[in-house]
Write a protein that binds this ligand. Sequence first.
Ligand code: SIN
Length: 320
Amino acid sequence: MALPTATGATHRPEITLRFSHVVAEETPKGLAANRFKVLVEQRSGGRIGVQVYPNAQLYGDHDEMQALQLGAVDLVAPSLSKFGRIGLPEFEMFDLPFLFDDLNAVRRITLGPLGQKLLQGLSRQGLVGLGFFDNGFKQMSANRPLLEPGDFAGLRMRVQASRVIAAQMRALGARPVTLAFSETRRALAAGVVDGTENPVSNFWTQAMHEVQSDLSLTEHGYLGYAVVTNQRFWQHLQADDRALINQALQESLAFANQIADTQNDQALLALRQAGTTRIHSLSAAQRRRMHQAVKPVQQQLARWIGERWMGDLKLALRKV
Ligand code: SIN
């Protein structure tokens, strides 16, 4: 695409980065991707362009990582739950229910040595990890309140492709059904699945409130992302361009972290105003019982990723 220059003329960028993601533009990830585009194009004087493809327009959960490895796109930002299936199950540690008390606890991983080690592991797949960022804490939805483990009995719950999230749903008595994000709303509307989990910004921007009568504010797990690029593409860039792109990206990720909470709060407000969905808060005792029910998932994760990663996690959080 031709970009306007300072004089109003247009010229083609020398390099165009294709950034594909699966969520709406008004989410923390969508807004961060758009900010990244503005920063890169401004700072490079239009020499480097960024084409953002939101809403799984180009690639969805099933093929975006492969598209990146093949060089069909240059940047993706999958949720951390989606790295297990490309041979990096250690990323699923972020999916452990009730692991993080707050976002500061998340930072102890993402900004510390464990975060670096996780990102470095991406080289095993020919990828480079450029950084982490938040969406926030997940809530549970269905056509009934989900306040106690017993409330999940028999429900088919849509999950991301994460063994840990699937195990969490089983521990609660539900049947996990793995579906791409872009297919979730339709599956809920058609009754193929009964419920799902996500931060409110994703729930709202996919209009899931039109097809789910109840949202329970469980805050039971974290949803975050890693931005990844292809090693060949990254190494091929001039060092100055790499630095410019990386700087713009780090600023965009910091921006996403700043706005993630507000985006989720605004989405919750909009949801309340829409009046289509009953919103339930859990008592401390209800949350404790839910936490108790999913405790065995930790041992399952240890079996899948090994004691060394679990030890790193414990050290980073000084708990678990
Ligand atoms: C995303 O936020 O990228 C999608 C999360 C999901 O698949 O539930």
